[in-house]
Write a protein that binds this ligand. Structure first.
Ligand code: GLN
Length: 492
């Protein structure tokens, strides 16, 4: 295979599939590829801050090891490919901070299962991605360390909470990344940064080693340049894991083989509630055009209704904080992480540890959750939210008897200016109205670049029934074969 000239000096522009072909053909080495990404990080990351930690030396060692495997003929489509991992996922020997003072300097002794499965295939870890503290936020401004900037306009947010991961992939600072999605944290930053992201079915990917935010909603998934790359990565990380009892005991399909690009006869529902007033007109135009494009490609469109959509935000902001208040109780300054050492007794030390270790948004969530779970309020809030959760699930179940997938916007907005929403939590929460319902129902969904509004990327959201990742990937792949939006890159 011949390398187009412009990529010779810019290996960081390659997709996973392209890089993998060149590695297998021995036209490039993983060390060269890794160097190119490290150089790119050096060139652009002081403007973007997509990384909390860069592990350059370890990366080059891993790349050498990958080159040996390739030379020995023992490799897969991911061997030698450089990646970034969101700092919410444990990486053995590499600090995992969750973008929190609480875990500053914390070095896990094991890999998250998803990370371990990628490393077993010989991927190269470039470093850890910036994010909103513990995954709580929609803009990466809640990182305790620094905000990440959007590569398309550095005065704007990259979305969140996996903002560092989406920005890194968009800017060519990693061939792909792993993010996590509790209420939209893979899809929304992917949409804001013009890259492709997939939130798998709840249980499709093990959560072992993913630092818990809201355990009934959290999922790990890929952020990459296109659907074909997402298919390869999902295939590597999916599947049952004895360390996560909620991981599903279902075989992992050959997602790549499913990318036929043929979507004729696929029934695509368009939920009217996802096109509400107040959405950016450019987003509406781009998403509408993308849906028409799916029809040109053979999909059968149907208008559908998901009437419980309007309750999803309230439901999510009871359930997620409730689970977070329980999950984050473990940060007591005793076992690991930040520990306040003063004159007072144990209770005072714990109080000060949590006072100084957590940022304002995390504290707000803990207080909200503790309140919703407290005796006397439990029935009115937490129990009620669980009932609403069932209704939202049933809404999707009903619609998926008529259609194979849904197409909608990822967010009603494009990337907004840094600082615009930080003073008003509810305005920030509203950014995720169209992504939260999917997590509440445990469904898989993707964000696919589908155009621009005022020069900023717009994402098309594809949502499917449980375990329909293969079909979603194929719809996205068909769309990406017919369009070029996913190939656009920000000029930095
Ligand atoms: N923005 C939502 C929240 O703050 C979702 C975040 C996520 O998916 N981790 O909870």
């Amino acid at each position: 295979m011949t390398v187009p000239d412009h990529t010779v000096n810019h290996l960081w522009q390659l997709t996973v599939a392209e890089a993998s072909r060149l590695l297998a053909a021995k036209e490039i080495s993983s060390v060269e590829l890794t160097r190119s990404f490290l150089q790119r990080i050096e060139e652009v990351d002081d403007r973007l801050s997509a990384y909390i930690t860069v592990t350059a030396d370890a990366a080059l060692q891993q790349a050498q090891e990958a080159d040996r495997r390739i030379a020995a003929g023992e490799y897969t489509a991911l061997t030698g490919i450089p990646m970034q991992i969101k700092d919410l996922l444990c990486t053995e020997g590499t600090t995992t901070t969750c973008a929190s003072r609480m875990l500053e300097g914390y070095v896990p002794v094991y890999n998250a299962t998803a990370v371990g499965r990628l490393r077993e295939q010989g991927t190269v870890l470039l470093g850890k991605g910036n994010m909103d503290e513990f995954g709580m936020g929609s803009s990466t401004e809640n990182s305790a360390f620094f905000p990440t900037r959007n590569p398309w306009d550095t005065e704007r947010v990259p979305g969140g909470s996996s903002g560092g991961s989406a920005a890194a992939v968009a800017a060519g600072e990693a061939a792909f990344a792993l993010g996590t999605d509790t209420g939209g944290s893979i899809r929304q930053p992917a949409s804001f940064c013009g890259v492709t992201g997939l939130k798998p079915t709840y249980g499709r990917v093990s959560r072992y080693g993913l630092v818990a935010y809201a355990s009934s909603l959290d999922q790990v998934g890929p952020i990459a340049r296109d659907a074909a790359d997402c298919a390869v990565i999902l295939e590597a990380i999916a599947g049952q894991d004895r360390f996560d009892a909620t991981s599903l005991p279902v075989p992992v399909p050959d997602y790549r083989a499913g990318l036929t690009g043929d979507i004729s006869g696929v029934r695509v529902g368009v939920p009217s509630e996802y096109f509400a007033d107040g959405m950016d007109t450019g987003v509406r135009a781009a998403v509408t055009a993308a849906i028409e494009r799916l029809a040109d490609l053979g999909a059968e469109l149907r208008e559908v209704s998901l009437p419980t959509t309007e309750y999803a935000l309230a439901c999510y902001y009871i359930i997620a904080p409730s689970e977070c208040s329980a999950n984050l109780a473990r940060y007591d300054g005793v076992k690991y992480g930040y520990s306040h050492q003063g004159d007072g007794d144990m209770w005072e030390a714990m109080e000060r540890t949590r006072q100084h270790g957590f940022g304002p948004e995390v504290k707000r969530r803990i207080m909200l959750g503790a309140f919703a779970l407290s005796s006397g309020y439990y029935d009115a809030y937490y129990h009620k939210a669980q009932q609403v959760r069932t209704l939202i699930r049933e809404d999707f179940d009903r619609v998926f008897q008529e259609v194979d997938a849904l197409a909608a916007p990822v967010s009603p907005l494009v990337a907004f200016p840094i600082g615009e929403r930080t003073d008003d939590p509810v305005r920030m929460y509203l950014v995720d109205v169209y992504t939260l319902p999917v997590n509440i129902a445990g469904l898989p969904a993707m964000s696919v670049p589908c155009g621009f509004s005022d020069g900023l990327p717009v994402g098309l959201q594809l949502i499917g029934p449980h375990l329909s990742e293969g079909r979603l990937l194929n719809i996205a792949h068909a769309y990406q074969q017919a369009t070029d939006w996913h190939n656009d890159r920000p000029s930095l």
